[in-house]
Design a protein around this ligand. Structure first.
Ligand SMILES: [Zn+2]
Ligand SMILES: [Zn+2]
Length: 178
């Protein structure tokens, strides 16, 4: 591991012959240089990331097909309990040879191109990880969330839990007897 600030997401594909049909297997393992995720769920900085993929030479570029494995942490969108979430997400991305990148129409989806023999996987991996994450992460699918008045968890409260008796508008009536 050299000490310069080169991104660990960059992989050198110089061993892959540029002949359609040739392929090589690659495996990257490193600690996330920064958090990857969404508001309530993320792979924290320094969490191990494993990326294994096949790089296959195709006409005009290299097709990468593989998966990313890691572990995310966050909080339940309803009760705010901490949650753990395993990331196992497949990805498939075409990297064009630099000489071919200009031939692609502008309105195509995000285009990746090789920098010489270097493929930078950061954006494809980030996209794959975020795709793997639920939009509204929950501690369990049946999480009942919090009582909106006292903020306690419904699952820890009595079934008939209610605030009506202590609602300030009723306090004056509490001792009232007809
Ligand atoms: Zn919850
Ligand atoms: Zn309550």
């Amino acid at each position: 591991m050299n000490s310069n600030a080169e991104s660990p997401f960059k992989v050198n594909l110089h061993e892959l012959p540029r002949r359609a049909g040739e392929f090589r297997q690659y495996r990257l393992e490193f600690l996330a240089p920064q958090a990857i995720g969404v508001a309530l769920l993320e792979i924290p900085k320094s969490e191990p990331l494993g990326i294994s993929f096949k790089a296959e030479s195709v006409d005009g570029g290299v097709l990468l097909t593989g998966e990313v494995i890691s572990h995310a942490r966050g909080e339940c969108g309803r009760c705010l309990d901490p949650i753990d979430f395993d990331i196992y997400q497949k990805f498939r991305e075409l990297f064009l040879y630099t000489s071919r990148a200009g031939e692609v129409e502008d309105d195509a989806d995000e285009i990746f191109s090789l920098d010489g023999d270097i493929a930078d996987l950061e954006v494809p991996i980030r996209d794959a990880v975020i795709l793997a994450m639920p939009i509204n992460p929950l501690c369990q699918s049946e999480c009942l969330g919090l009582c909106p008045v006292c903020g306690l968890k419904w699952r820890e409260l009595e079934k008939d839990h209610s605030h009506q008796a202590s609602d300030p508008r009723w306090i004056g009536l509490a001792d009232w007897k007809p």
